[in-house]
Write a protein that binds this ligand. Structure first.
Ligand code: DX5
Ligand code: ZN
Length: 207
């Protein structure tokens, strides 16, 4: 499968988001837009009004780390997101949320915390466009990759050979290899890309 790279805006400078995105735009496959609500995770970032102001033409993937994703889906679609993922840990009714994402014209993904098992999504895997495997506990950038999550990647890849599997958290030149070897084909990286002296080189080293 083709390897795709998404930089996470969390490590960019929020005061000049457009400028930071432009600095990597021609080397990447999309933007990973981290949304945190201060409830599901102990941190607060940005929402649809900020996304609406971004000038990028690249596909934007919204990663919703919030307790009420169903209430925000329409706003994100209107603001320009083309993909949206929510956390399985926040709901007992994922199918309804998946349907709402699709009804709003976006691709639907589910994110799993490092300690959430594959079995939590096994029965709904066929309804999903992509899965987001968290390799750190969500909330902050710059954390260390948790290698134990690769077993989950292998199980998903085996069950759905065609599905897009994203890996998010602590990705760098070394951990990217581990994730790809297990079957991940979309790499999300924040600090490794935006913190690099040569961002183009950092992106290339992940492919
Ligand atoms: C973590 C976010 C990630 C994060 C990744 O809660 O979901 O997207 O920004 O940052 P790095 O690549 O620095 O681990
Ligand atoms: Zn993320």
């Amino acid at each position: 499968m083709k390897i795709k790279i998404q930089p996470s805006i969390l490590a960019a400078d929020f005061g000049k988001l457009d400028e930071d995105i432009v600095s990597v735009e021609e080397h990447i496959d999309g933007i990973h837009f981290d949304v945190m609500d201060g409830h599901f995770v102990p941190n607060l970032t940005v929402g649809a009004p900020v996304l609406k102001c971004l000038k990028t033409k690249l596909p934007v993937d919204a990663h919703l780390m919030v307790t009420n994703p169903e209430d925000l889906i329409e706003d994100f679609a209107k603001a320009g997101a083309v993909m949206l993922s929510f956390h399985i840990e926040v709901t007992d009714n994922p199918l309804e949320i998946i349907q709402k994402i699709k009804d709003n014209g976006m691709k639907a993904g589910i994110a799993l915390n490092p300690d959430t098992e594959f079995e939590a999504i096994e029965n709904i895997l066929n309804e999903l466009d992509y899965v987001l495997i968290m390799s750190v506990f969500p909330g902050f950038g710059g954390q260390k990759f948790i290698p134990e999550v690769v077993g989950k990647i292998r199980k998903i890849r085996e069950a759905r050979p065609d599905i897009d599997i994203q890996i998010d958290g602590g990705i760098n030149g070394e951990t990217a290899k581990i994730a790809k070897e297990a079957g991940a084909n979309w790499l999300v990286a924040g600090s490794y890309i935006f913190g690099a002296e040569d961002r183009k080189k950092a992106v290339a080293s992940l492919r």
